[in-house]
Design a protein around this ligand. Structure first.
Ligand SMILES: [Zn+2]
Length: 636
């Protein structure tokens, strides 16, 4: 159990970022022409140029052969391993999209990659989110050499405020934007110590215990997404985080660093852990610039105001929206604290550039003609207190919906929110707005590698073992099929469950039967607990069949019933329509109390259990419902 913390959903007052990292120098590259862009299948000749890092005079890099994993890689001389094994444990992200977290352990050295959160399922009423289970690290805190964060999406950073304090604030490493968003989010948790967090440069090499780390740039739908290369005594492990290849990214971003990836691959890689989210889809993922073109279309067609509901973490998309707004002469009102602060951070770091007059205060939206206004806000998931809901319900301070408004949704809807979102759309249409549901703005659409991207990654990295991560179990299987299509043998692909240990020794990997704890850890309002299963069962029970409270008042000395038992129910049956049933029940409870032996009343648990069992059975035979029964014995 942890100290109480502020509910992360509570709105708070804006404040400037605590420390301002230096802006990252941006080196513009000419955009690739359409003839340079890969069409359909992968063309290895693109990489025939000497790979970065190859000594002058070295033979040119040769693309991998289909049975590449059988080819012995250059043996790397390593000190005797003293029987130690490399252990890789993915505690979140193998059975769901979300809660990503991986431990890499060798002897007394551990590094952690990502600490995400997962949104609750429909059968978890009242739960805010789920975070990775770190029980395995209990007692091993001193071995943790560092925590690497691949990018700033919540399914990769969301667990940090809850887990880092428990681990004793180990050093954390990420690229500048990632770190800035993590630090900003940390400000919500006022009673925590500052994070021990360090800005990385993609050129950096990091020594953490026995591990030596390198990083490479990948594309995604948030800037500063990177892959992690972990040199271990047993070989090189590559963890991609979330990624796609974008050969023509929007200004400010670079294409994924294919040269570096190829160089790493050419030096021999033991295992590749990679994103499965979109691997089931054929072809290549589309470029952010194409997504921008589609957005352009929508925005160009809107005649009146545009209200765009999106995720605050979708910075690449927000950046495009801002650019299109400037191009089409619209001003932007940003609503929602997280949205505002993320845009602020991105601007400070130079990821988003806009004219100071482009962003206006939401209070002033009515001072501009409708076709010159765009509102970016949170709430595309139908969140109760988010801006979009308030706008729809007419409860927003500054924005009143009007005829001609176009509302753009940026979802797939997170499971559990479907009906709320449908109702929200109904309301918007009723009030005269046009509603567009635009999947490409989603966190999980457009940002992840498809099958052909995965194949290219496999060709470049040329790993011995392939480990699909980041997806529901079926998605991992699809990703595995992609690897098989490139010639991977099944026994070199590890499809694990959360917590299932992979071990590597002398170049041989095994997906063991050992499982470390990976059960749900719930964040529920103010607290964190991995013992919430009982609570969850109760909530499910209450939601299904309601509850019945039976209050019996008895004489504490004789055990005699003093008055007829009271029966209260909620969510069970309409009492008025079931008067007979209730009377019958009252009568029976009385009999149970009278028949029981007052001598055993030293412990009222006994009689309580008796009532619970009896009433439960009785109500089930009468109604086929199993309400929660709460007997209360008052002794006077
Ligand atoms: Zn992501």
């Amino acid at each position: 159990m942890m100290t109480t913390q502020k509910n992360p959903h509570t709105p708070h007052t804006p404040h400037p970022p605590s420390s301002t990292p230096a802006p990252r120098p941006f080196v513009a590259r000419p955009p690739l022409t359409s003839t340079q862009r890969p069409q359909g299948t992968y063309q290895p000749r693109v990489f025939r140029a000497p790979v970065t890092g190859t000594p002058v005079g070295a033979p040119p890099f040769k693309p991998a052969l289909p049975k590449h994993y059988l080819r012995p890689t250059t043996p790397i001389v390593r000190p005797a391993n003293e029987g130690k094994k490399l252990r890789i444990m993915v505690v979140g992200g193998l059975e769901e999209v979300g809660r990503n977290c991986t431990f890499i352990e060798y002897g007394d050295d551990i590094i952690i990659i990502d600490m995400g959160l997962q949104f609750p399922e429909e059968d978890m009423p009242g739960i805010d989110y789920i975070i990775p289970n770190i029980s395995y690290l209990k007692g091993k805190e001193k071995n943790i050499r560092g925590v690497i964060i691949t990018h700033a999406h919540y399914d990769h950073i969301g667990g940090i405020p809850h887990l880092i304090p428990v681990l004793g604030y180990p050093p954390m490493y990420g690229l500048p934007l990632t770190n800035a968003i993590i630090k900003k989010r940390q400000e919500d948790y006022k009673n925590l110590s500052p994070l021990n967090i360090h800005n990385l440069n993609l050129k950096d090499k990091l020594k953490l215990g026995v591990f030596e780390l390198e990083f490479f740039h990948l594309n995604h739908n948030i800037p500063d997404s990177m892959g992690v290369v972990v040199n271990t005594p047993e070989g090189v492990v590559v963890h991609t985080g979330d990624w796609k290849f974008d050969y023509q990214p929007v200004a400010g971003d670079q294409p994924a660093d294919l040269q570096k990836i190829a160089r790493i691959g050419s030096e021999g890689v033991l295992a590749l852990l990679t994103d499965s989210t979109n691997a089931s889809q054929s072809g290549h993922q589309i470029s952010e610039s194409e997504i921008g073109t589609n957005l352009d279309d929508i925005i160009g067609k809107a005649k009146g105001r545009l209200i765009i509901g999106t995720f605050a973490s979708l910075l690449s998309r927000i950046k495009q929206i801002v650019e299109i707004a400037e191009r089409t002469g619209r001003v932007i009102a940003v609503d929602g604290f997280s949205m505002k602060s993320n845009i602020e951070i991105a601007k400070e770091l130079g990821y988003i550039k806009f004219h100071p007059k482009t962003i206006i205060d939401i209070k002033n939206v009515d001072n501009f003609p409708p076709n010159k206004v765009m509102i970016i806000c949170t709430g595309a998931q139908g969140e109760k207190n988010a801006s979009l809901m308030r706008i729809a319900n007419g409860e927003h301070r500054s924005v009143r919906l009007m005829e001609g408004d176009t509302v753009v949704f940026s979802s797939s809807v997170i499971p559990g929110n479907e009906r709320t979102v449908q109702r929200l759309k109904d309301t918007l249409f009723r009030k005269g707005a046009e509603v567009i549901h635009y999947q490409m703005m989603d966190v999980h659409a457009g940002g992840h590698a498809k099958a052909d991207d995965v194949k290219l990654m496999i060709r470049l990295i040329n790993p011995k073992y392939f480990v699909p991560i980041e997806g529901n179990h079926f998605l991992l299987h699809y990703n595995a099929k992609v690897a098989e299509s490139t010639g991977f043998a099944k026994d070199h692909i590890f499809i694990g469950d959360n917590g299932q240990v992979m071990e590597f020794q002398n170049g041989v990997g095994v997906l063991t039967k050992e499982k470390i704890p990976a059960d749900y850890v719930f964040v529920d309002g103010l607290g964190v607990s991995d013992e919430t299963n009982v609570v969850m069962r109760d909530r499910q029970l209450l939601a299904e069949d309601g509850m019945v409270v039976i209050i019996a008042t008895v004489d504490s000395k004789t055990g005699k019933m003093i008055q007829n038992p009271d029966i209260i129910s909620r969510g069970f049956v309409f009492l008025k329509e079931h008067k007979e049933l209730i009377e019958d029940l009252r009568h029976r409870v009385k009999k149970v109390v009278i028949d029981s032996d007052p001598l055993s009343w030293a412990d009222t648990n006994n009689i309580r259990n008796k009532i619970r069992d009896y009433v439960g059975q009785f109500l089930y035979t009468k109604t086929e419902k199993r309400p929660m029964i709460l007997p209360v014995i008052i002794e006077v």
